[in-house]
Write a protein that binds this ligand. Structure first.
Ligand code: G6P
Length: 454
């Protein structure tokens, strides 16, 4: 076993009741062919598959530039506002939250906060109040440059920055966008804002290891070199076409076969609350990549043991369409030991000298057995520890698994035509030029819906 196998591993043993090995081997050749196609320089999705070896090709100068601008921001500002939605913010937030303390009194660190990921007026107002009297930098992230939510927040925040900083504003706003296309690239070129590039062949939900994720993370004092090292290791480990030696492919195949048997919901679970936003990132990755043509597994996430006391009942005994992937962290940097108490007022002295991590691990094992007994197929993922290296590994692992999984079910992992339906409607209803033809029809339909409700 290599060091990396120990650092990150999957266990499929609890699937044998639901999928037999012969079934899996029928797909060996298909998987191998998809693998070859993904890695071929002539791949049919060449324009979108740049993430596949990004960590190996990482440009050192770019990383140095990211670190140098991040240092400037850390020196000069109390707050970095990251404006973006979907793949333009979830990756950075995932890693940042996973590695940040639950509670912090530290005031000398640049705080990274997010905007443009919702359309709440209260949110933007309160954000503007929050940054009053604190030095601010802004990183606007949008590959297309046309996404409405970040665009309206940027408009507001740019005006605020102009008023507050005058010409200096230009130095305090950094754009991350497509290398050649879109309104943000135009702004960078014409008005001299500093910018980073989202590689043309990397889509939003696969972009966490580009400046989209790396720059905000560097400002947040995350070790981006270690994150990239983990991703690099995963890239090398997951280069094998045989699914029995490539856990990303075995995970993809297992999901695919489970879906075929009616398990259409995947619950991603962890026993560490700080992973909550890693799962938000994972949901976009799999949801947007697979949910098309009437196909796909619906990605759901939970934090245990918290959610065992809310939707745990459903997982245990509700409609049997669920399978579960449980992510466990083997070693925790921080822990707390339960002590003996003289009067045993709570009758818990039997737990003397047990740590919270010991008990959490036992809770994990207890849950696995209970859910398995409740006919839930369970896949286990183990990560040695929670740090940049292992998270980098995990992020790449899921990207590779996701692409294989989507290809297996015959959909294009890299488009999201469904999201356009909502976008077209909102642009038409907000009177965006060019959408006049559908506006009238949409308004009539809305009138009908709301008049029927009266
Ligand atoms: O980076 P942007 O072009 O602004 O896109 C941000 C996000 O919004 C879109 O609607 C897509 O569905 C997502 O895949 C994307 O990550």
């Amino acid at each position: 076993m290599t060091v990396t196998e120990q650092a990150f591993s999957l266990n499929f043993s609890l699937l044998s009741k639901f999928i037999n090995e012969d079934e899996k081997f029928k797909y060996a050749e298909i998987i191998s062919n998809i693998h070859e196609e993904m890695h071929a320089s002539t791949s049919k999705d060449k324009g979108a598959i740049g993430w596949i070896d990004l960590a190996l090709k990482q440009n050192r100068e770019e990383v140095d530039r990211i670190l140098s601008v991040a240092n400037e921001i850390r020196d000069k500002s109390a707050v970095l506002i990251v404006i973006g939605i979907g793949g333009s913010y979830l990756g950075a937030k995932a890693v940042q939250d996973a590695l940040s303390p639950y509670f912090s009194k530290q005031t000398d660190k640049t705080e990274v906060i997010y905007a443009g990921q919702n359309m709440s007026g209260a949110y933007i107002n309160q954000l503007l109040q929050y940054i009053e009297n604190r030095e601010v930098y802004v990183n606007v992230i949008s590959k297309s440059g046309t996404t409405l939510e970040p665009a309206i927040s940027f408009r507001v925040i740019k005006s605020y920055m102009e008023k507050r900083y005058g010409e200096e504003m230009k130095n305090r706003i950094i754009l991350t966008t497509d290398p050649t296309n879109g309104l943000l690239r135009k702004l960078a070129k014409e008005e001299g804002f500093r910018s980073f590039e989202v590689p043309a062949d990397v889509g939003g939900r696969f972009s966490v290891l580009t400046p989209v994720g790396l720059f905000p993370l560097a400002v947040g004092e995350i070790d981006i070199k270690a994150l990239l090292d983990g991703a690099k290791q995963a890239t090398n480990d997951l280069m094998i076409s045989n699914f029995k030696e490539n856990e990303a492919y075995e995970y993809a195949l297992s999901r695919y076969l489970l879906e075929k048997k009616g398990y259409i919901l995947e619950i991603m679970a962890s026993f560490e609350p700080s992973l909550r936003n890693v799962f938000e990132w994972w949901k976009q990755l799999f949801g947007e990549s697979e949910g098309k043509d009437g196909k796909g597994i619906f990605p759901v996430s939970v934090t245990y043991t918290t959610d065992l006391h809310s939707i745990g009942q459903y997982v245990q005994a509700g409609k049997r369409q669920i399978f579960e992937t449980i992510l466990h962290i083997r070693n925790q940097k921080e822990d707390h030991t339960l002590k003996y108490v003289d009067n045993n007022f709570d009758q818990l002295n039997f737990l003397e000298n047990k740590t919270f991590h010991d008990m959490n691990t036992i809770a994990k094992n207890s849950t696995i057995l209970a859910h398995y007994d409740g006919e839930v197929p369970v896949i286990q993922v183990e990560m040695n520890q929670l740090d940049e290296y292992h998270l980098g590994y995990l992020l790449y692992f899921f990207q590779k698994a996701c692409a294989m999984s989507a290809y297996l079910s015959g959909v294009n992992p890299f488009d999201q035509p469904g999201v356009e339906s909502y976008k077209n409607n909102i642009f038409a209803l907000l009177n965006k030029p060019g959408y006049e033809s559908i506006k009238e029809e949409l308004e009539e339909r809305l009138d009908q819906i709301f008049s029927e409700n009266k």
